[in-house]
Write a protein of this length. Structure first.
Length: 265
């Protein structure tokens, strides 16, 4: 389980890390593309753009400000473009195609934005796209987001062959969560600098686990498709790191699932 939490956030007067977690069944799935050799934290300039005009502007990005309203989300064009620019710098460094988002990205629901960004990370690397959003996985993700944990499969999920899920707490946008899931998910040199709570040493199994979930190959066989679900909640008990984002993915026979909606992009 990994936790990508609040960029060192003060929650209920306790200092906590952004929370990222990941749950995979089965564990024997093929490994995704090679992970980065080191973390690359989000640039301070991008964070300042996202909180422009807010008391948080100018506060080091490594110190998630206690004055940030955990019930709010940031979905401004300027913030999304700033974080997208950071993501595409990482794409260029890895030699993969730039991430492209649909023109209506800013108007999509936060949950759909999570799946759009996941698809964009996958397709830019030539991996199969998520075919669509399904209601059962949305419900799994909502349970996980409300509890602050990785979603678990339910009886309604059908005859899946591989199920994977991730959670993040304290991220005010899908793109900000994606950046740390994908490019800041490894060992940070010490526990205080590592936001992935499943990565507590340089060689811990949980290092880069969120990235692995997003880029998983899913062992799909002919006739199977990859489907997903997501949820974002902005209110809950004091113990829950907010905003709380969760997503779940599964490989399943196309004939056994009904898509609730297609994923733009």
């Amino acid at each position: 389980m990994r936790k990508l939490g609040v960029r060192i956030a003060v929650v209920a007067l306790l200092v906590a890390a952004y929370v990222l977690t990941r749950h995979e069944i089965p564990a024997a799935a093929p490994r995704p593309p090679v992970n980065p050799k080191a973390n690359v934290p989000l640039a301070q300039t991008a964070w300042d753009t996202c909180v422009s005009g807010d008391p948080n502007a100018g506060i080091p990005v490594s110190e998630y400000p206690s004055s940030f309203d955990p019930n709010s989300l940031i979905n401004t064009p300027s913030c999304n473009q700033a974080v997208l620019g950071q993501i595409n710098q990482r794409h260029q460094a890895e030699g993969v195609a730039p991430m492209k988002l649909p023109g209506d990205f800013n108007s999509l629901s936060p949950a759909m934005q999570l799946l759009v960004v996941t698809n964009a990370e996958r397709t830019s690397r030539g991996l199969p796209r998520i075919s669509g959003m399904v209601s059962s996985l949305n419900k799994d993700a909502l349970v996980g987001a409300r509890a602050g944990v990785d979603p678990n499969p339910s009886k309604a999920d059908g005859p899946w062959t591989v199920y994977d899920s991730i959670w993040a707490g304290g991220y005010p946008s899908a793109l900000l969560a994606d950046y740390d899931w994908m490019y800041n998910d490894g060992w940070g040199g010490n526990s205080n600098s590592t936001i992935n709570l499943d990565c507590q040493s340089p060689n811990a199994k949980g290092c880069w686990g969120h990235r692995d979930a997003i880029l998983d190959n899913y062992q799909m066989t002919p006739g199977e498709i990859l489907v997903g679900g997501a949820a974002v909640v902005t209110s809950g008990p004091a113990s829950l790191t907010l905003p709380s984002l969760a997503a779940a993915f599964e490989a399943v026979p196309a004939s056994a699932v009904k898509l609730a909606s297609r994923i733009p992009g």
